[in-house]
Design a protein around this ligand. Sequence first.
Ligand SMILES: NC(=O)c1ccc[n+]([C@@H]2O[C@H](COP(=O)([O-])OP(=O)(O)OC[C@H]3O[C@@H](n4cnc5c(N)ncnc54)[C@H](O)[C@@H]3O)[C@@H](O)[C@H]2O)c1
Length: 435
Amino acid sequence: MRIAMIGTGYVGLVSGACFADFGHHVTCVDKDAGKIAALERGEIPIFEPGLEALVASNAKAGRLDFTTELAGPVAEADAVFIAVGTPSRRGDGHADLSYIHAAARDIARAVSGFTVVVTKSTVPVGTGDEVERIMRETNPDADVAVVSNPEFLREGAAIADFKRPDRVIVGIEDERARQVMAEVYRPLNLNQAPVMFTQRRTSELIKYAANAFLAVKVTFINEIADLCERVGADVQEVSRGVGLDKRIGSKFLHAGPGYGGSCFPKDTVALVKTAQDHDSPIRLVETTIAVNDQRKRAMARKVIGACGGEVRGKTIALLGLTFKPNTDDMREAPSIAIVQALIDAGASIRAYDPEGMAAARAVLDERVVYVANAYEAAEGAAAVVIVTEWDAFRALDLARLKAAMVAPVLVDLRNVYQSYEVLRHGFTYTSIGRG
Ligand SMILES: NC(=O)c1ccc[n+]([C@@H]2O[C@H](COP(=O)([O-])OP(=O)(O)OC[C@H]3O[C@@H](n4cnc5c(N)ncnc54)[C@H](O)[C@@H]3O)[C@@H](O)[C@H]2O)c1
């Protein structure tokens, strides 16, 4: 199969490299010339474990290449995947489909022969219909079948998720597309990954329903954690006891500072907007969004409380800035609201993240001081706050950390530590939901 991947971000680059590794020939297209030039030099523009080696080996084997020119690879492709961004639209929170629509127009002008056009980006119900309409309007002679194939990979474990997915969802309206899509995903048969064919609109909604459900699940345990603090219960034990129920499952039951990232925040809002537009509001998700938004700033109040109610003039050390470990992605990270609220309260911030500091500089207050490791961050700090549970923070030398600080206060927003380990080093310890 020849595949053109339009958009070479987190999803496009991982999908492109994995399809190439399956044996297909993939050309990754991006309009960002800097990104393509870097990839051609063998540099990976994002941090994703295992991706550099996967890209290098497939590029070397001649199955994966990169370009800014869409027309050539689209003309040659059996399947063209659209993996461009669908951020929240400024003002109303609907998914901004301008990149999708622009890509659809460019693809329509370039296709030659029967071509399957696959939307991999997360797009609201009905987008496939609109993509089809735009393509027919732009090029009435184009012989295309527009397919929905939402991506479920998780940043930080993206390659494993892509190669061993829980399921692949394919929404089709044109039977000719089924064969092509079956062939594209045939290498997954070895892993017995279920490929579920359904209608296009159903497929589009599956992606939003899945993300919204996970966001609700995380938010649910976060509220249970707050209750645990009030009543003297331990949320980790509650999670374990609840998660052992197979109807519920243990995943996404870890209490923390609130969900962030490039998907849950924008996808929950977009689903709510779609539902409201169709007079079918999903109040559970509306409430989830509100609870989660408030939670991020509430985490800063927790830090202030741990510092005796006042942080003006104090230095606070933050460990971990990205929205989760093993990524450099800062989109909607809880650290953004926490940093802002602490600075608003008069604190100075020293921060360390193993991979996210370059991206953090672009979004955090310019007064944040970035340092090279956790111990440097702790120098002169009135509190150390674990915001993201990178492995590097799981076995900190607590004596060394304490020696660098002006007050031994540890705030663990990811429940990485057991309180007895921390308390025996003379720290005061604040965590989530362990009352
Ligand atoms: N990041 C994730 O973990 C994840 C997981 C599942 C689904 N998704 C969805 O996948 C989509 C892409 O997300 P992402 O995180 O990879 O985004 P991203 O911002 O990292 O990448 C998008 C890329 O598309 C390029 N682009 C935009 N318009 C283009 C055009 N007309 N032609 C060529 N290139 C173009 C941009 O330059 C950018 O490099 C979104 O809809 C997102 O919701 C993301």
